[in-house]
Design a protein around this ligand. Sequence first.
Ligand code: HEC
Length: 145
Amino acid sequence: MARPCGRPVPGTIPIDGLKEDEAFSTGKGADGQFVATIPGTVDEARLERGRQRYGIYCQPCHDARGDGKGSCFQRGNVPTASFHQEKILKYPDGQIFDVVTNGFGLMSGYRWPIPPADRWAIIAYVRELERKRRASAAGAPAGGK
Ligand code: HEC
């Protein structure tokens, strides 16, 4: 009896890692569209992990607040995206995952140094930075941080 094509042999692991959950490893759902939200729940531990990884991998360029005023901008005037711009605020979470995984324009991808779970944790933290900025913009007097 023939085995269905493409199915891994039970008990083996594909050479490019487990792909049990497409959304988790690609940021895209079965329909090929970016997923709107981070797979799984975002708790304190996940956010904290994201904050640490963000500090290592993103902050040097995107700065602590996500304004894109990090060292490449300061030293080389490299136009580095702010996470608080309308375009990025509207991105589905899966699209940010895609940028981090594959890169975008001047930014290279971080597929190899950052495992998928940490990429999602970073995105949770980026969303938190955006949420805090919006909350303070809504609540604070003009000119406030
Ligand atoms: C070496 C500097 C550098 C690092 C490190 C870096 N970025 Fe970027 N990033 C950039 C630059 C520069 C751009 C603008 C790219 C362009 O528009 O060509 C950018 C753009 C982006 C964008 C917007 C892409 C778009 O669709 O417009 C997102 C989202 C982003 N970065 C997220 C991240 C996250 C999250 C991390 C950490 C995992 C990270 N970046 C690490 C330099 C960096």
